[in-house]
Ligand binder design. Structure first.
Ligand code: FES
Length: 551
């Protein structure tokens, strides 16, 4: 790690990059990227995070917008489009690999002239982008030092010899606050870490079986994934407490997990805008209050303040009443920050998160919170996860639409069954008017539901046009089906092998429209930009869809 960090520093100096100038880092969860980050912090450079999972064109756009003096990334991040922007702007480029760093040929020097250097060094992190593209948010080094280094929340019990502890699993994206918040304190305390490019249940399962941690964490979506994987209870027997945060956890999922494994889940609440968590159910609070505060994200952390206001009048509401949450984060300053979160604070000061006001669906005169409908849906035994979004309606303005991820091995329920189940729990106005069964809900890299992609599930073509062996076929399309399923339904034979997005046998080319890929382990960014897609994993997500298959 030191070798990579020092090598990056040497290349920055050799490239004529001004001291403390902003450097963009393509934030992949790889040891070399973590090493580069530590090196840049050591040299007091402002670090501007670039989201790694985007097309080359989007990455080129990020570089253009961020105006760094240099970009540090993996070799695959320097596609021709990106190099072109770097060349035009005179930005130096450094490629990091396993345990080495080299200048990118032709981009060794910084020739971008005078660039504004922030007064104090900071990390410009990415928001998680659940409602649109990730945005930049600046967190000063001194703030990280004051509030993140030494905080015990995510790594409780680290007063012991850090090397004795099981490695800390690091799965939150390095470019996000959760990634910074879990990575830096872990390393600075000298604790071992297991760095995963993406969270996976099997990696987490192996980790728990191998290291037998007493305290560990999962992303909220991971809790359901563990349940779905039906991991044996004895494999998790070492875990005493499990923490989660970064997104709300459905109470039904929490209850199912706690009952299945007998492991209490500690929730927390925070946001990039507060530079980390502001409330948490700590181990001590859980020991004292236990099940009485089930579903709560805990009390305000030291220095933080919470209150709930009436969204229309701004009046502070008494304990137990639902309204909009306002927060004072000691990391940000003394002012109240208005959130878009609907919440309740009870008489004992415990915070209960109810949903997002900005995701509210306005159906005629009614305001519906998607989370209310989602909670009711996941209490159905066949539903593993659900996402509800508003879709346009000419009469009512907006109506709810639900995407359902089935529990493993569950028989798909009919729409009538789901509606009857919902009617027992929620008002008739909340019943979705459109449904979509999916194998997996679209999630972003932080494993939060990608609501933009969910909304796209309801933007579907009536037919898919397929050009195959010189003939054109117009196929009826059923919501949620892949291109391959659509062709099979119409009796159209097309090649496929793995049907897992691995082999590329089912490759097709988009001629018109958008296609979301559920899994892709074979197509490169370049292939995707050129319009290639996979029939076995591609789900149409626009009003038109036309593809061509070369056999
Ligand atoms: S059949 Fe292998 S990627 Fe589609």
């Amino acid at each position: 790690m030191r070798q990579v960090a020092e090598c990056v520093g040497t290349l920055i100096d050799a490239g004529g990059v001004p001291a403390h100038a902003p450097i963009a880092l393509v934030a992949r969860n790889r040891p070399c990227a973590v090493a580069a980050l530590l090196g840049l912090i050591f040299r007091s450079h402002t670090v501007r995070m670039i989201h790694p999972f985007q097309s080359a064109a989007a990455m080129a756009g990020s570089v253009e917008r961020l105006q760094p003096a240099a970009v540090v990334g993996s070799p695959e991040d320097f596609a021709p489009e990106v190099r072109e922007v770097l060349r035009r702007r005179g930005v130096a480029a450094i490629a990091i690999t396993d345990m080495d760093a080299t200048s990118v040929s032709g981009l060794e020097h910084c020739e971008c002239g005078a660039i504004p250097i922030p007064e104090r060094p900071r990390i410009e992190i990415l928001t998680s982008g659940t409602t649109g593209p990730p945005k930049q948010f600046a967190v000063g080094f001194e703030l990280i030092e004051r509030h993140h280094v030494g905080v015990q929340l995510l790594t409780p019990g680290t007063g012991a010899d850090a090397l004795e502890l099981p490695p800390m699993p690091l799965f939150f994206p390095l470019g996000n606050i959760s990634g910074i918040y879990s990575t830096l304190p872990t390393l600075l305390r000298g604790r071992r870490a297991a760095l995963w490019e993406r969270f996976s249940v099997s990696a987490w399962h192996d980790h728990v079986v191998r290291y037998r941690p007493e305290l560990t964490g999962l992303p909220p979506a991971g809790v359901q994934m563990v349940l779905d994987a039906n991991i044996p209870r004895e494999d998790l027997a070492s875990i005493r407490l499990l923490s989660t945060g970064a997104a709300p956890l459905d109470p039904g999922v929490q209850r199912a997990f706690e009952e299945r494994y007998g492991i209490p889940i500690l929730l927390s609440y925070g946001a990039t805008e507060f530079a980390g968590p502001v409330a948490a159910m700590t181990a001590d609070l859980h020991a004292e209050w236990g099940k009485r505060k089930f579903g709560s994200v805990g009390r305000a952390l030291p220095g933080a303040k919470l209150r709930v206001i009436d969204p229309d009048t701004g009046v502070v509401l008494p304990a137990g009443q639902e309204g909009l949450l306002e927060v004072i984060s000691p990391r940000i300053g003394p002012d109240w920050i208005r959130t878009a979160d609907v919440a309740i604070i009870d008489a004992d000061g415990f915070l209960f998160h109810r949903g997002r006001a900005d995701g509210a669906i306005l159906r005629g005169g009614f305001k519906l919170l998607p989370e209310t409908i989602e909670r009711a849906l996941v209490s159905h035994p066949a539903v593993s996860a659900a996402a509800v979004v508003g879709i346009p309606d000419s009469r009512l303005g907006e109506v709810p639409a639900a995407a359902i991820q089935l529990a493993p091995a569950a028989a798909p329920p009919t729409v009538q069954e789901l509606e009857a189940h919902l009617r027992e729990q929620i008002l008739a106005t909340h019943i979705p008017v459109a449904w979509c069964l999916v194998r997996q809900l679209p999630r972003n890299h932080s494993l939060k539901t990608d609501r933009v992609a969910v909304r796209r599930l309801f933007e579907i073509p009536e037919e898919v046009v397929v050009h195959l062996q010189g003939r054109t076929h117009r196929l009826e399309y059923h919501r949620g089906d892949t291109l391959l399923e659509t062709m099979r339904r119409a009796g159209l034979a097309t090649p496929s092998m793995c049907e897992q997005g691995v082999c590329g046998t089912c490759m097709a080319r988009r001629i018109q429209g958008e296609v979301d890929l559920r899994e892709n382990h074979v197509l490169s960014e370049k292939d995707l930009t050129e319009g290639y897609t996979l029939a076995c994993q591609g789900v149409p997500s626009s009003k038109v869809c036309e593809i061509e298959i070369d056999v």
